[in-house]
Design a protein around this ligand. Structure first.
Ligand code: TYD
Length: 212
């Protein structure tokens, strides 16, 4: 079986993580082996980098480099071996988040991010990209209201409304640049409706059967 690489994206509070588990079960019910993972993180080294980047003050270049350093280790140790085995890899955030947060959010140079993307995701046979990105699109004001009840915010969750407007615009720009790779999920619906929309994107590609 061919591996599948599916990433989950959206601003903080969009609710993407809720749907990872259900889709993992849906693939497992089809007899597929699933690797469920996240960024930044997914390996012992990358999880250490995650703790630094989410909690310690640093400049945007340092932040972008740590995101890509974590990604390199994650790709080599986890994602590429899983795809070679034929797994379905479900990854909570990937490079679109770096473009949205470090690029559009922090204002870091997008051309430099593209260069890093080309280096870090080079497998020797080309630049690894997700087969599909589920983009949970939620207006930043709605996301902020949801997060107001959440736990102590990290360095990103504590950013201003204007920051999240820029991040949301960053995701929209990434989708416009590569529309075939993206499925936009309107996240301003009930959790059941959002789950159905996410599943539909996979059914449309014949990766999951229609629900009985
Ligand atoms: P998140 O998926 O929101 O984790 P949790 O659900 O535990 O809060 O990811 C953590 C944060 O990292 C999130 O605010 C976005 C940020 N981030 C970036 O800024 N750049 C990146 O490249 C990635 C992968 C994440």
């Amino acid at each position: 079986m061919t591996g599948l690489f599916i990433t989950f994206e959206g601003i903080d509070g969009a609710g993407k993580s809720t749907h990872l588990g259900a889709l993992a079960h849906a693939f497992e019910a089809q007899g597929r082996r699933v690797t469920l993972t996240r960024e930044p993180g997914g390996t012992p080294l990358a999880e250490k980098l995650r703790a630094l980047v989410l909690n310690d003050a640093m400049d945007p270049l340092c932040e972008a480099l740590l995101m890509f350093a974590a990604r390199r280790d994650h790709l080599q140790q986890v994602i590429e071996p899983a795809l070679t085995r034929g797994d379905v890899v479900l990854c909570d955030r990937f490079t679109d988040a770096t473009f949205a947060y470090q690029g559009h959010g922090r204002g870091f140079d997008l051309a430099v991010l593209s260069t890093l993307e080309g280096w870090v995701q080079n497998t020797g046979q080309g630049v690894r990209q997700p087969d599909l990105t589920l983009w949970f699109d939620l207006p930043p004001t709605v996301a902020a209201a949801r997060l107001a009840h959440a736990r102590t915010p990290d360095r990103f969750e504590s950013q201003s409304a204007a920051f999240f407007e820029r991040v949301a615009a960053g995701y929209a720009a990434r989708q416009q640049a590569d529309p075939k790779r993206f499925a936009r999920i309107a996240a301003d619906q009930t959790p059941e409706q959002v789950a159905q929309s996410a599943r539909r994107a996979l059914v449309e590609r014949a990766w999951l059967p229609p629900e009985a």
